[in-house]
Design a protein. Structure first.
Ligand SMILES: NC(=O)c1ccc[n+]([C@@H]2O[C@H](COP(=O)([O-])OP(=O)(O)OC[C@H]3O[C@@H](n4cnc5c(N)ncnc54)[C@H](OP(=O)(O)O)[C@@H]3O)[C@@H](O)[C@H]2O)c1
Length: 293
């Protein structure tokens, strides 16, 4: 397939581009800067210059492709306003791409997050949260999945809290960044809350499988570790950086405080069974040993 990929230069997207190119697909990669265009080209993709707010560019990218994988997101958690703006920009972009694909039967693979359900492992059948600081992302993904009834083979690949590669990425990466700045490897609450995780190279395989096989309107879990306790994550980060490890107030994490504090383990049993996905790369605590002081 000729696949239009947004976010193809990011942690997850660069792994997805390599996975697609290594399995006989070609890639048109949205690139919002010259540096990103060069990176896309170096990876073997054809760059398409533009950003998530360039709606005509997104339409053109989707129109010329056999399928779309959407991963771009500004990841600006610096304030509630910045996060709301990032969510609004992404939602508008997803709507434009989806509208372009209506009636075509082509796949539209979106990224999403695993939900959290008090008292049990979240499964692929659990609904996404549609309120809270990132609730707008859940609503946008649900709208895309709804296009299944309008001739789009839409599907969502749900990411766990930490998608990592070589010790960086995701919520664990945010904890590492805050630890470097503050001099404390902190965690909210008592740290027994669990976050699921996956290696980016394993997540990339699932994006390809979803593109190639997933039925319209389906959701999948790219979950390897079902749940690592956050104080265990902070302990490895603290040891690698030579910093003390202790509980810190949830407000340390700004708009993400309540999300960081929640116990949110997730399962991928259905994904493994239905799509034959088997992660093979290091799990989070082992990969965090790659953090350099
Ligand atoms: N990593 C995780 O643990 C995790 C967990 C759950 C969900 N996710 C979701 O997975 C997706 C990818 O995550 P990631 O970790 O790979 O992110 P990342 O490394 O920050 O990469 C973001 C990608 O999006 C592009 N991008 C950002 N804003 C853009 C804009 N306005 N217009 C065009 N391109 C834009 C970036 O391009 P440049 O190269 O030009 O910067 C980059 O290619 C995101 O939706 C993220 O929320 C990630």
């Amino acid at each position: 397939m000729h696949v239009f990929v947004t976010g193809g230069t990011g942690l997850i997207g660069s792994a997805v581009v390599a996975e697609l190119l290594g399995n006989g697909h070609t890639v048109l990669a949205l690139a919002r800067s010259d540096a990103s265009a060069r990176a896309a080209e170096a990876a073997g993709a054809e760059p398409l210059r533009g950003g998530l707010s360039d709606l005509d560019t997104l339409r053109a990218g989707a129109a010329g492709a056999d399928g779309v994988i959407h991963l771009a997101f500004s990841n600006d958690f610096s304030s509630p306003d910045a996060l709301a703006q990032a969510v609004a920009e992404e939602s508008a972009a997803m709507q434009v791409i989806g509208d372009e694909l209506v009636g075509s039967g082509r796949p539209f693979v979106t990224v999403s997050g695993t939900p959290w359900v008090p008292g049990h492992l979240a499964t692929e059948a659990d609904p996404l949260p549609t309120d809270g600081p990132v609730g707008g992302r859940g609503r946008a993904v649900n709208a895309v999945l709804g296009l299944a009834t309008r001739g789009v083979r839409s599907t969502a690949v749900r990411m766990p809290r930490t998608v990592h590669n070589n010790g960086t990425g995701g919520f664990a990466g945010l904890l590492t960044g805050i630890a470097r700045q503050s001099g404390v490897s902190g965690y909210p609450g008592d740290g027994t809350q669990r976050w699921p995780a996956v290696h980016a190279l394993d997540a990339a395989v699932l994006f390809r499988l979803a593109l190639e096989q997933a039925e319209a309107g389906s959701a999948w879990h790219a979950v390897d570790d079902e749940g690592d306790q956050v104080r265990d994550i902070a302990t490895v980060i603290g040891r690698r950086l030579g910093l003390p490890v202790r509980s810190v107030p949830a407000e340390t994490y700004g708009p993400l405080g309540p999300v960081f504090a929640a116990d949110q383990p997730a399962s991928s049993a259905r994904t493994r069974e239905a799509l034959g996905w088997e992660p093979t790369h290091p799990r989070l605590l082992a990969d965090l040993e790659n953090i350099q002081p």
